[in-house]
Design a protein around this ligand. Structure first.
Ligand SMILES: NC(=O)c1ccc[n+]([C@@H]2O[C@H](COP(=O)([O-])OP(=O)(O)OC[C@H]3O[C@@H](n4cnc5c(N)ncnc54)[C@H](O)[C@@H]3O)[C@@H](O)[C@H]2O)c1
Length: 288
């Protein structure tokens, strides 16, 4: 057995790798870009044309001593995605890591979802993941790169939430796509996985027409860890999936949700407070 590098950045070292992160103008995408740069990767950052924040993410990456290319692209323009991937490769060289992070949502009752809204969500959350991955994976194969593909899904890929029929369906579809591509790309040493966040403090809920503060308070009460995640708390899972440490992980999903999926019925609030049968520790810190 060859000795492993010491714990810490060494084990997740991405020096010499280039990563493309979609939806990199803010939220989780920015946190992913910064974490990849901290691990030593160079970055290609993309978001909607004119997206405020993309330049700021690039500056954060450069501040860490890494290269940051920016390439604006509307990922809903499915027919343009192969040419976009070709442009990225021409500008930045071979890609080692693809993070399909961009996503969109709208809160609409099932009977109010129009074909336009349905297709917009599907084009960004599902079609773009497939057609971008399709081309980038072909590049990785041609470049002989043992690539890492990570798609950001959601706990909603596993359990439903009302008002999000299109979003839920798109995220669940990405999970099965992930498994399919994992099988097809395994002979090329390319891994394909998904990262499923629970509730994260990002602007994605911003456009939702409801009392956000009341909703978030009710939601937090459902989360065993009692709070939303910070975007940074999702980056450890990404680094595992993107690095050599994740070489044997493929067709898998990492859920980062504070325990919310584990709690089918939030009964804890109706139970007596926690009591321990252990007596309090003694002064020297030992437990009797
Ligand atoms: N925030 C959460 O609680 C949460 C929970 C589960 C999953 N997610 C997922 O995490 C990912 C990141 O979301 P976020 O929370 O950081 O939200 P966000 O809105 O801050 O980020 C999404 C990014 O995707 C970009 N984007 C949207 N449509 C695009 C398009 N057509 N072309 C190119 N870029 C486009 C947006 O401009 C934005 O920068 C999404 O896939 C989302 O579904 C978020």
């Amino acid at each position: 057995m060859s000795p492993r590098p010491a714990a810490g950045r060494g084990r997740f070292d991405l020096a010499g790798r280039t990563a493309l992160v979609t939806g990199a103008a803010g939220g989780l995408g920015r946190a992913f870009a910064v974490a990849l740069a901290q691990a030593g990767a160079d970055l290609v950052l993309t978001d909607l044309p004119g997206a405020a924040g993309l330049g700021e993410t690039a500056e954060l990456v450069r501040g860490l001593g890494r290269t940051a290319h920016t390439a604006e692209q509307d990922l809903a323009d499915t027919a343009a995605l192969h040419a976009f991937a070709d442009r990225v490769r021409a500008a930045a060289g071979p890609l080692h890591i693809l993070v399909n992070n961009a996503g969109t949502a709208a809160l609409e009752r099932f009977n109010e979802i129009t074909p336009e809204s349905w297709h917009r969500v599907m084009r960004v959350n599902l079609d773009a993941v497939f057609f971008l991955t399709q081309r980038v994976a072909e590049h990785m194969i041609a470049d002989g790169v043992p690539g890492r593909i990570v798609s950001v899904t959601s706990k909603n890929a596993l359990v439903a939430e009302a008002g999000l029929a299109h979003y839920n369906a798109s995220k669940a579809a990405v999970d099965l796509l992930t498994q399919t591509l994992a099988i097809e790309l395994a002979p090329h040493r390319i891994t394909v996985n998904s990262l499923a966040p629970g509730m994260v403090e990002t602007p994605i809920d911003g456009e939702f027409p409801f009392d956000r503060a009341a909703f978030e308070a009710a939601y937090r009460a459902r989360i065993p860890l009692g709070r939303y995640a910070t975007p940074e708390e999702c980056t450890g899972a990404l680094l595992l999936l993107a690095s050599d440490e994740g070489a044997y992980l493929t067709g898998s999903r990492i859920v980062v949700d504070g325990g919310v999926l584990a709690d089918q019925m939030p009964r804890t609030a109706f139970m007596p407070p926690y009591r321990s049968s252990l007596r309090p520790p003694t002064k020297d810190g030992t437990t009797p």
